[in-house]
Write a protein that binds this ligand. Sequence first.
Ligand code: DLL
Length: 433
Amino acid sequence: MQIWNPMFESMEREELRKVQSERLVSTVNRVYHNVPYYRGLMQAKGLLPGDIKTMDDLKKLPFSRKQDLRDNYPFGLFATPMSEIVRIHASSGTTGKQTVVGYTRRDIDTWSEVMSRTLTAAEIGRHSFLQIAYGYGLFTGGLGIHYGAEKVGASVIPISGGNTKAQLQVMQDFGTTNLACTPSYALYLAEEIEERKIDIASLKLKTGIFGAEPWSENMRKEIEERLNIKAIDIYGLSEIIGPGVGYECMHRTGLHIPEDHFIPEIIDPITGDVLEEGSEGELVFTTITKEGLPLIRYRTHDISKLSYSKCECGRTSARMTKVTGRTDDMLIIRGVNVFPSQIESVLLEAGDTAPHYQLVVDRVGNLDVLEILVEMSPDIFSDEVKKLEVIEDTITKEIQSTLGISAKVRLVEPKTIERSEGKAKRVIDKRKF
Ligand code: DLL
């Protein structure tokens, strides 16, 4: 198995720490002098750039948050003059203003570099036909992957998201070997392939790189079986760079983090304390090479764990576990913490249902009620009502026993839950807080 940049991806950890320390010091100096907002945050903590000498001092630095970007909308946290910025992206999010991010020419090179590492780890290279079905535009998915894909020499098919019919046509006619899109769109494509009776064996698909939203291991199994491919998890967020912040190799034992560019930490989301290796908590990243929008200890709200052991693939970089959810996506239903991905796992485990579901949370009287709408798989759709009731009942019990909450499960007809070409909307929370 190939490694794109063995010097950095397989660097001795002690050596890597030196590189990180050097780059951290220079980043802190840059933001202190160039971004008044950061200077303010550091001053509030009584910190001068000189107080940060090595990686050991990282935890002294203040956190940054999405709200900081919003408060400085659109360009207030940029650390270079706008004349140096060659690209602007934005992420829409579900609430509030867009989060705007800017890249210098060197940032675009860094992005292509970390994406080249990502693609090489998924064995995508000169021999590959990569269909990029992530959206092109302000979203970072399309263009972010695109530049890395050209750099590794893949034949790039920049089809962007949507237009499912064209996606399938291109997949067949161009001989797509690799697919890049959200896991929910991958499933939708699988469904359409079945619907249109396209022989899956006639396709050349081998591997897909899926991310941009949480997806469970059961969802991975489902995609792999239905598309007859290997499904690789890729992670990233616009604020840090876009896709390229975490990537699985073919061993799929966690997502490798290019730590010579982004330093990860896991913190307790309540106290902000840094947690030990292996503990579950909120992922925090510090960028140490970015010029346009360097971010110090940026709180992602994503929940994961870190490990620093060497991977069988030879990479020595930290690995994060698959993101199981976001601290802000976590539903608290009658006091119980529930992540949509846990419910997804139960639904897929139970069988007889399609992996399309929606959670509707409401408050009746003073009680939270959770309704789970889940599509029947087409083959049980025609079954008698009694059988459907049995399935609903089984899932309800399974949810109760694994998650400890009661939910009303309602099987709905195939294809009634809205399909997404990008990130799926899984939760409708009607409660007023
Ligand atoms: O979603 C960047 C991206 C594009 C990643 C394409 C992978 C592939 P944003 O729109 O800023 O950026 O959303 C970032 O999406 O904080 C996570 O909550 C979630 N997310 C991204 N990748 C994964 C993943 C892009 N593999 C937010 N698993 C992040 C779980 C993910 N959640």
